[in-house]
Design a protein around this ligand. Sequence first.
Ligand SMILES: [Zn+2]
Length: 164
Amino acid sequence: MESVSQIAPELSAGSTAALTRSAAPLSVVEITQFDQMLAGMVAYYPHQEIPSETMEQFRWELRRLAEIHGLPALREAMLSLRRRPHQKFFPHPNDVQGELEAMATRAKQKAEKSLPPLGCVVCRESVAIGLVPIERNGERCVEMCECRKAREAARKEIANTWGC
Ligand SMILES: [Zn+2]
């Protein structure tokens, strides 16, 4: 029987969107790509003998990280670590996790810097920046300006992706 994640990955991923990142199981194709990436990393350190029990533990931890952060992010983190001049050994999963978290922090900061600006030609001259006066059922009140709506939506997206 097919699981929900196989039929509609976006559904099962969306249900845990409140977490830092949803942990979605890797697809069969992704597992193949993941194992190829690991084999490439092992080949990169020809002088290091990694015991098979250790490699099995590493594989398990790294796969968990791929499920949380996504395979492309894991690949980026592994490449970034192996390019470091002092990285003479296959990176420990804890170091990979540290790199992934640093990458996520940088991405979040970048997204926060590029939030749509608050205040536009419509609201700048009105009651308050980000608010526009409207008339509803004969009563005067204020409503969020489009610029503030766009900013709030972008902020929500950041919170969904990287956590608050
Ligand atoms: Zn505005």
